[in-house]
Design a protein around this ligand. Structure first.
Ligand code: FE
Ligand code: MN
Length: 339
């Protein structure tokens, strides 16, 4: 577990590790997440967009509030997906020398490319002006604020001279991993998920709803990998987990909840689709508690889940699909058992 045993693998700071030698594996969880990703394989063209095209082009099938909600989420996700892909490839991959974790990061990078492709496909099929959508992360303050927060929170690891050697640097690395995995993928995606899946539940814009359902399924694996990664780095470097450090992480998660609420208010100035910004805020708090517990921190809010159907949509991936859409059929093969 420590530098005293140089042949033992560790996730970071292990110069004795040959990054090309994946077997024997030390971290079976990385392999499990990789296999889960493969089993969930999909591409956006598998989703029929015909009903969405008709609805989007009609004058009366969508209210202006519903259009705004869709555009705001397209605006956030279209650029957030490539931000995530760039982070993995340019910043995280370099510092994680463990081969089975790298294998997962390659899979995740591919999935982020699929997600980026999804928004290209949605703009193409619906005839949405790309300039409108792809500039929203600069033009719309509630979207910009979220992206800026993640960029600010993850700037250590983006510095080309950054290394993970030493307690302070390991803390910086874990801090940045929290920014990418827990905050960006684990909190900033979830108001959008709940909004877009509300369309699907109401049988409106089912194509784009299904696309978001596929993305949500992938993102829940990214988040699970990220949490295992963070927890294992902490286990291997227990001295980093000080009260001061964990307080800082909790405070960043609290800030993220506020920014996500601002975003929800901006997307949902009036209640629609059985949603309003207050119920979405409650959901974000519920989600934030789950994220905190996953990285072994105290929960902060203790609010009940206002949208229990969101857990069902995630849990039912191997059973009959909750919305009777086709998502579950695309899970190919069985997930192998490891360990
Ligand atoms: Fe993604
Ligand atoms: Mn992701």
């Amino acid at each position: 577990m420590s530098v005293d045993f140089p042949l033992h693998k560790t996730i970071i700071n292990n110069s004795s590790i040959d990054p090309n030698k994946i077997l024997p594996m030390q971290y079976k969880w990385a392999r499990t997440h990789y296999k889960k990703g493969v089993a969930n394989n999909w591409v956006p063209e598998e989703v029929n967009m015909q009903q969405d095209i008709e609805t989007w082009r009609s004058r009366d099938k969508l209210s202006s509030s519903e259009r705004r909600l869709i555009l705001w989420n397209m605006g956030f996700f279209s650029t957030a997906e490539s931000l995530t892909a760039n982070n993995i490839v340019l910043a995280i991959y370099k510092h994680i020398t463990n081969p089975e974790c790298r294998q997962y990061l390659l899979r995740q990078a591919y999935e982020e490319a699929v997600h980026t492709d999804t928004f290209i496909y949605c703009c193409d099929t619906l005839g949405i002006d790309p300039d409108e959508v792809y500039n929203m992360y600069q033009r719309i303050p509630s979207i910009r604020q979220k992206d800026q927060f993640v960029i600010e929170m993850t700037k250590s690891v983006m510095d080309p001279n950054f290394t993970t050697v030493g307690k302070e640097n390991i803390q910086k690395f874990v801090h940045d991993l929290v920014g990418y995995y827990v905050i960006m993928e684990g909190i900033f995606f979830y108001a959008g998920f709940v909004m877009m899946l509300s369309f699907l539940r109401r049988n409106k814009m089912v194509g784009i709803g299904e696309q978001f359902q596929f993305i949500l399924r992938d993102e829940s694996v990214h988040l699970a990998f990220g949490s295992d990664l963070i927890n294992t780095i902490v286990d291997e470097n227990p001295s980093i987990w000080t009260d001061e450090f964990t307080t800082d992480i909790s405070q960043n998660i609290q800030k993220a909840v506020e920014y996500e609420y601002e975003y929800a208010k901006d997307c949902l100035p009036h209640g629609i689709l059985g949603l309003n910004s207050e119920s979405v805020k409650q959901y974000i708090k519920y989600i934030a508690d789950r994220r905190l517990e996953k990285i072994r921190l105290e929960k902060l809010y203790d609010t009940p889940n206002p949208f229990p159907w969101m857990s069902e949509i995630m849990d039912l991936r191997k059973e009959k699909n909750f919305f009777e859409t086709r998502v579950t059929e695309y899970q190919t093969g069985g997930v192998l058992q490891w360990g």
